[in-house]
Design a binder for this molecule. Structure first.
Ligand code: CA
Ligand code: CA
Length: 91
């Protein structure tokens, strides 16, 4: 039986509007954002440390300020949750 590795979602987008994309990675518990040089910029748990069911991430300029916000949706297994994070200040 083939086992699939941990659910993980990756995207690249410009979260601070500086013209360079950051890499955003979601695993079961945390969202991590890496600078273009590979250093970690920020890591956080959108649904708390106990959330282990994974999440899906998307991005969009929700507040129309030229930088993209990160939209995080919880996978099945809990309450239907979507959170939006403005990470422009997380440098
Ligand atoms: Ca950027
Ligand atoms: Ca924005």
């Amino acid at each position: 039986m083939t086992r699939v590795s941990a659910v993980r979602t990756v995207l690249e987008t410009d979260i601070d509007g500086n013209g360079a994309n950051e890499t955003v990675v979601a695993d079961k518990t945390t969202v991590k954002i890496y600078n273009i040089d590979g250093t970690m910029r920020v890591s956080f748990s959108p649904f708390g440390d106990k959330w282990k069911n994974g999440m899906e991430i998307a991005f969009g300029d929700v507040n129309n300020d030229g930088a993209n916000e990160i939209v995080v949706g919880a996978n099945a297994g809990g309450q239907p949750l979507v959170k939006i994070f403005n990470l422009a200040a997380a440098r």
